[in-house]
Design a protein. Structure first.
Lengths: 269, 90
């Protein structure tokens, strides 16, 4: 059994990589897959907080690499889901503690026992990015409809092509349909046209995302009545090869339709 | 704030459109690794070389980077003096 290794990266920081890594991992585990999510942001670990697992960490990625812990000991089991594990980053070390070959070795060891290995890459295009993409079978590039994030995403697309990694697919996060409708935000089609890579999903900006981070319980746990939560599940299904139509606000259920009518005039950014 | 409003009303384009145009240009430059400065130098030198052989309208020359999917190309648009309908004596 060979797991798929999927790296989530962006170039720019703060676009939602960790949120998306947490939510996609939860969504995949909810559909019965065995998932390990690796926090590759050594020195600035946060995925543990997003998942509400920060008090359960004993060993971390660097302990494994440097032989202080066996891989299985370092995995933190999310008790809410039988098949979800976190491999935390070290907090008091830096990116120089990890080499690309280390990540390849760790992932190779995990591949046999799991279906998906999700890697939450650090921001930037330096060492942390290099080791995060080294073991990747697929790459998800996260961007926001915003000039700096799109420009940085384009750099990352170029670097991934140069390394012959990929295929890379795009997630556009933090879309504000109201602003798009008013012409004050880049739309989905604009971003796809500029970056010229395949889209795997879009996520609207929603206050619930911050609330879920506050609580350490990703939105994907309870996606009903929440567009962003549904968006994460849709992306997870597309990763599994399902042909899921793209969310437009219009295509929601009754509540969503009302919501879109009131808030976005039915226009899907 | 007032200055911002005035700027907004002067240009008709929405900020989303402006963002897209600016990105299109900057991504073309980033991908080709050609700075706006280098493009200016190329333009000047192209004008010099062509002018040695053909009479051109130097002010009308445009050298740009064009982008189709992820393929970049350098495009030089050079108006010829001979092709003008209303030819002015320099």
């Amino acid at each position: 059994m060979a797991a798929r290794v999927i790296t989530i990266t962006s170039g720019k920081g703060g676009v939602g990589k960790t949120t998306i890594a947490a939510n996609l991992s939860v969504a995949l585990a909810m559909s019965g897959h065995r998932v390990v999510v690796i926090d590759a942001d050594v020195g600035l670990r946060n995925l543990d907080m997003m998942l509400g697992l920060e008090n359960r960490i004993v060993y971390d990625l660097v302990d494994v690499i440097e032989g202080r812990s066996r891989l299985r000991q370092a995995l933190v089991h999310d008790k809410r889901l039988p098949e979800l594990f976190l491999l935390p980053a070290a907090q008091t070390r830096d990116k120089s503690a990890v080499q690309p070959a280390d990540m390849v070795r760790v992932c190779d060891e995990l591949r046999e026992q799991h279906d998906y290995i999700m890697i939450d890459s650090p921001a930037g295009i330096e060492q942390g990015f290099r080791y995060a993409i080294a073991p990747a079978d697929e790459i998800l590039i996260i961007t926001n409809p915003e000039v700096a994030a799109v420009r940085d995403a384009d750099r990352v697309v170029g670097l991934i092509e140069a390394e012959e990694k990929g295929p890379a697919r795009l997630i556009i996060n933090r879309i504000n349909p109201d602003m798009v409708r008013r012409g004050e935000m880049l739309g989905i089609a604009d971003v796809i046209e500029l970056l010229a890579i395949d889209l795997i999903g879009t996520v609207p900006e929603e206050p619930d995302i911050l609330v879920s981070a506050n609580r350490g319980r990703p939105l994907a746990f309870s996606p009903d009545g929440c567009l962003a939560g549904q968006a994460f599940h849709n992306i997870a299904r597309r990763l599994q090869g399902e042909d899921v139509p793209f969310l437009t606000l219009r295509e929601q259920g009754m509540l969503g339709r009302l919501f879109s009518f009131v808030r976005a005039g039915g226009e899907s950014s | 704030m007032r200055i911002l409003d005035r700027l907004k009303s002067r240009r008709q384009k929405s900020s989303g459109e402006v963002a897209k145009e600016r990105l299109r240009l900057v991504l073309a430059h980033d991908r080709a690794d050609i700075s706006p400065g280098l493009l200016g130098t190329l333009k000047d030198e192209i004008i010099d070389v062509i002018s040695q052989h053909v009479d051109i309208d130097a002010d009308g020359v445009q050298v740009t980077i064009s982008q189709s999917t992820r393929q970049s190309r350098l495009v030089a648009d050079i108006p010829l003096m001979a092709g003008r309908r209303h030819r002015k004596k320099a």
